[in-house]
Design a protein around this ligand. Sequence first.
Ligand code: HQG
Length: 188
Amino acid sequence: MNPKDQTRLSKFLSLVLRHQPEQVGITLDRAGWVEIEALLAALNQHGCQLDREGLDALVRASDKQRFALSVDGLRIRASQGHSVSVDLQYEPQPPPELLYHGTPARFVDAIRRQGLLKLQRHHVHLSAEEATAVRVGQRRGTAVVLTIRTGEMRRSGHTFYRSANGVWLVDHVPPQFIEFPYPTTKDE
Ligand code: HQG
């Protein structure tokens, strides 16, 4: 499969496994898993040619390891990013002292007032690497990287989780724990 087709398929798989399983007529279990056989049959019925080998290649190639296979290799789920109601059952974990969040410059004013909100997702997503935060913010415009005092947040009672692919997850980041770069610009 060429890289362009692989990206297109990976995006569609993210859509199905995180947001709209009903698009291909499947349901996820409570922890977000689906039987691979059922998924492939459903995808093929909806005009998406993919076999087990192709799926395995796609899972391996995902730059952010977006998808996880069950230990027995029979089921698959997205590791994070859901809007459908699932409980991924990650154990709480102490975060490093600082984590990063990349956002487009135009959201910064609202974030100063409200902190980081999870909006449609189940959690606010934070990364350990600044470079990752830049990439996330750049998806929608000029990226501003916020530094989050996550150690301090944890000591004040906030619970953190880490997804199978290394994304840090938390319910909300109140503004007092956010360091904003200065000056921030609204230019896009
Ligand atoms: C912003 C991708 C205004 C927030 C990425 C973000 C990530 C606010 C946007 C993953 C706000 C939500 C998640 C507030 C937060 N006012 N804007 N109070 N609080 N925001 O996509 O973190 O490729 O739901 O800054 O790489 O951008 O899909 O979250 O800009 O890991 O695997 O509202 O999605 O991964 O956007 O991205 P999102 P995100 P995948």
